[in-house]
Design a protein around this ligand. Structure first.
Ligand code: S3P
Length: 450
């Protein structure tokens, strides 16, 4: 049977009072072949809009990710008075500088986007006006104390449910004071929020990370002409610098490429080339894991790279073995852990994922959702306090699974269906639009190439 019977086949079923879409997915009957360019990096796309807004002059962004999360960022900045023009191949942001941002007359809706919520809080902490932030059901469960507490320490007034931990949140910013902050959790979102606040303060702010996390904000500050001091896990930044509009070519998102890297490794007769993927060292944990598991993976770095390294990744069908994944590696592959869990179900032996408690506070509790859905398909997988234990190799069955409204769970299950014995019915496919609206088209292309 052809995957998706040559086109997306949707069955509408009724679940309780809500209409939920269910996609019927069939096992792959051939290998994945060909070359694709995955969409732009989500983290960098968000930051390009934000820095474009707070810089002076025009910023031009190419290969911007047109996913729901980054669209939320655009809409929030429009409400803050920033002119943003969109054409097919670029976004133009007419920077207002921090001082040109205006008090929004409407609430800011961040949708499903944790990055928008946390980074915008940092930015608004230094703005002398009132803003209300809301998001969807998933955002309402995500902890915000990790940013609101240090921002309050700097001087921002933030209120929200559970003493400022959950949305809806309201913030009145103003004159902030520099702090020295030792971050209790390894989070690029927290670090970036504090950097955006610090850029508005007279004097030097110091941020100390427990472990290195993605450094796109630090790189972008430099790209916009700013200065930042980086030393191991310590970051120092002085505020009131002038940032200038820049040209940003967003590299392909390695977190999106990861789904096809894993699919190619798992399906017989596959060879997939993923072009122009971001290879920032703080993001390439998935490549290291695939290599250590015995994956047939080849990286060709593009030497013309500017502020963010990019290159092509080739993955072929591989024989894999289980490994242990933990420690400093976790922040460098945190978003790839759902698809790595699927990979591990097809590796000989045991894979242990540890030190990954942060998975519990993502778009869903990803320890619970990954374990539940992969178990439904017959995987040998157990949740632990800080990760999962997965035993392979196990032939997956078909079944009825759910994205739980989490884009990465949806895509992981989409790839799982390719290696399952029988049909998989995936409920909540729409969630995938958050980061990869063309996921099924790209998958279809790789399945259709001879
Ligand atoms: C992101 C950082 C990570 C990641 C998220 C995007 C970012 O979250 O999981 O998808 O753009 O800074 P944390 O910073 O909470 O680790």
């Amino acid at each position: 049977m052809n995957y998706l019977s040559n086109k997306l086949k949707k069955i509408e079923i009724k679940v309780m009072k809500n209409e939920m879409s269910v996609t019927e997915l069939h096992p792959a009957n051939k290998g994945l072949k060909g070359t694709i360019k995955v969409p732009g990096d989500k983290s960098i796309s968000h930051r390009a809009i934000m820095f474009g807004a707070i810089a002076n002059g025009v910023t031009i962004v190419r290969n911007f990710l047109q996913g729901a999360d980054c669209r939320s960022t655009i809409e929030c900045f429009r409400k803050l008075g920033v002119k943003i023009e969109e054409s097919i191949d670029e976004i133009r942001i007419y920077g207002t500088g921090f001082d040109g941002l205006i008090e929004p007359v409407d609430i800011l809706d961040v949708g499903n986007s944790g990055t928008t919520t946390r980074l915008i809080l940092g930015l608004l902490a230094g703005r002398p006006f009132h803003t209300v932030i809301i998001g969807d059901e998933s955002i309402a469960k995500r902890p915000m104390h990790r940013v609101t507490q240090p921002l309050q320490e700097m001087g921002a007034i933030i209120q929200g449910r559970n003493q400022g931990n959950y949305t809806p949140l309201s913030i009145v910013g103003g004159q902030l004071k520099p702090i020295q902050y030792e971050m209790p959790v390894a989070s690029a979102q927290v670090k970036s929020a504090l950097l955006l606040a610090a850029l508005q303060i007279d004097g030097e702010t110091t941020i100390i990370e427990p472990v290195s996390t993605r450094d796109h904000t630090e790189r972008m500050i430099k790209q916009f002409g700013g200065k930042i001091k980086l030393e191991q896990h310590t970051i120092k930044i002085t505020g009131k610098q002038e940032l200038h509009g820049a040209k940003i070519d967003v590299p392909g998102d390695i977190s999106s490429a990861a789904f096809f890297m894993v699919a190619a490794a798992l399906i017989n007769n596959s060879e997939v080339v993923l072009e122009n993927v971001g290879l920032n060292p703080t993001r390439i944990g998935i490549i290291e894991v695939l290599k250590e598991m015995g994956g047939d993976i080849h990286i060709e770095e593009n030497c013309d790279q500017t502020y963010e390294p990019v290159g092509n990744i080739t993955v072929k069908t591989s024989n894999l073995k289980g490994i242990e994944i933990g420690g400093d590696l976790i922040p460098r592959l945190i978003d790839e852990l759902p698809i790595i869990a699927l990979l591990a179900t097809q590796a000989e032996g045991t894979t242990i994922i540890k030190n990954a408690e942060e998975l519990k506070v993502k778009e869903t509790n990803r320890i619970d959702t990954v374990v539940k859905e992969l178990k439904t398909l017959g995987a040998d997988i157990e949740a632990t306090n800080d990760g999962m234990i997965i035993k392979g190799k196990v032939q997956l069955n078909g079944g009825h699974v759910h994205s739980h409204g989490d884009h990465r769970i949806g895509m992981m299950l989409g790839i799982a269906s390719l290696i399952s014995k029988d049909t998989v019915h995936l409920e909540g496919t729409d969630a995938i639009n958050v980061s990869y609206p063309t996921f099924f088209e790209d998958l279809h292309q790789l399945l259709a190439t001879k």
